[in-house]
Write a protein that binds this ligand. Structure first.
Ligand SMILES: [Zn+2]
Ligand SMILES: [Zn+2]
Length: 368
């Protein structure tokens, strides 16, 4: 099969013909239909996320089941209700239903993802094992995924849009609904209007937030956020963004702030933009070993809740169907977020467009 292989950090990824590993009994073979290029993969390509080449990047995919071990059986809290020929999302976060974290309702920390090495997907022409990033490796013709990462999608929306369900949509939805618990009339600031920030804006609108403030230095991204539900947008390069958010929220700061940018300065700004006893949700990542320093008084004395989330603390067996329903009803609109389509041969164009902030989500849709 053809795959884009990260062989050397920071160098263009060549398309290689790989020998795919046969799926085990607990795995599913999926033919990739659409794979969004995610900013996390840009970081992985730059050696910031602890990947080990050769590796196929891409931590979520939409595809069609080619082979799996039966259909309709129950395991743990979920059923595996997909079979050959079904359209499925291969999510970057599994829900194994067997580990401690799945047992306490936190599959976002599933042991399968964080306590086992990224699996070998294939071998290259020299017989070297090639791993699958995020247990998916979506920039390839086929994906071999654990059954607990695979979810049937019943929707006729375009594949480009549905492919965002395994990363951006569920993460943004979850950051607002599951973690920040945004309620009607509240004020929300979103720091960073990349693909994740745009989903946070939409989720805040659907949750009934009264004031939704999008913060980003890029005018195009602020315009998209305004079209998707931001009531106000702030250019942090024009004037102190903390003061701008405070002046829009009665001088207090926002009830909830979601940080979806990554740099330490953005994290610090997010905390400073929240009101006393407000909620801050940190989602951005940069270097795997990166650190952030925060003002002690703002947290210890002024009662802010500093929260974080991986995959929006989503429970996919619950949240995926909700997100699909919101897309079907038009309340979640993926069209402005899908900013380009690429073939697998154009994967490096997608890479640079992501890293240079030209794309929100560039989706790879042709693999042969
Ligand atoms: Zn992602
Ligand atoms: Zn688990």
């Amino acid at each position: 099969m053809r795959a884009a292989v990260l062989e050397a950090f920071g160098a263009p990824m060549p398309i290689r013909e790989l020998t795919l590993r046969a799926p085990a009994a607990h795995e599913v073979l999926v033919r990739t239909v659409a794979a969004p290029f995610c900013s996390t993969d840009w970081l992985g390509w730059r050696a910031m996320r602890g990947k080990t080449p050769p590796v196929v990047l891409g931590h979520t995919a939409l595809g069609v089941v080619e082979r799996c071990d039966g259909r309709g059986y129950e395991h743990g809290a979920r059923g595996y209700d997909y079979g050959v020929g079904d359209l499925v999302v291969v999510a970057g976060t599994p829900q194994c239903d067997e580990c401690f974290y799945c047992g306490v309702g936190r599959p976002d920390q599933c042991a399968l993802l964080f306590e086992s090495p990224e699996p070998v997907l294939a071998t290259d022409h020299a017989g070297r094992p090639v791993r699958a990033a995020g247990r998916v490796g979506a920039y390839a013709e086929f994906v071999v995924a654990d059954r607990s990462q695979v979810w049937r999608v019943d929707s006729s929306l375009p594949a480009t849009q549905l492919s965002l369900l395994g990363c951006g949509i569920t993460t943004g939805h979850g950051a607002i609904v599951n973690v920040a618990e945004v309620g009607p009339g509240s004020s929300v600031a979103v720091v960073g209007l990349g693909h994740l920030g745009q989903w946070c804006v939409q989720a805040a609108r659907v949750a009934g937030a009264g004031r939704i403030i999008g913060v980003d230095p890029l005018a195009e991204r602020r315009a998209t956020a305004a079209a998707l539900g931001a009531t106000d947008v702030v250019d942090p390069t024009e004037h102190d963004p903390i003061e701008q958010v405070r002046s829009l929220t009665g001088g207090r700061g926002a009830d909830a702030v979601v940080e979806a940018a990554g740099p330490e300065q953005a994290v610090q700004q997010a905390v400073a933009m929240s009101r006393r006893a407000g909620t801050v949700v940190l989602t951005g990542v940069q270097w795997a070993q990166g650190t952030v320093s925060l003002p002690q008084n703002a947290i210890a004395i002024h009662g802010r809740r500093i929260l974080s989330c991986q995959n929006g603390q989503s429970v996919m067996s619950r949240d995926l169907a909700r997100c699909v329903a919101l897309m079907e009803s038009g309340e979640y609109d993926a069209r402005p977020v899908v900013t380009a389509e690429y073939t697998l041969d154009q994967v490096n164009e997608a890479l640079y467009a992501s890293g240079e902030f030209r794309d929100l989500s560039g989706v790879i849709t042709a693999f042969r």
